[in-house]
Unconditional design. Structure first.
Length: 62
């Protein structure tokens, strides 16, 4: 993370807080809450990441 702070919620594990300077891996099945405006660099396989972005767009349009 470049800046900000997010909290990651898992259905089967404790919440995780990530802040500026942290490296992270978020496995499938997580939810993200942004606590402070965040700048994040994501390294992810393109197809899988595109699927996630499309899912997020669909959820936001509901």
């Amino acid at each position: 993370m470049i800046a900000g702070q997010v909290v990651i919620t898992y259905s089967d594990a404790p919440d995780e807080t990530c802040a500026a300077g942290d490296l992270f891996y978020w496995p499938p099945g997580h939810r993200v809450r942004v606590d402070q405006d965040a700048e994040v660099i994501v390294f992810s396989p393109q197809k899988e990441h595109t699927d996630v972005i499309e899912h997020m767009i669909d959820r936001m349009s509901d």
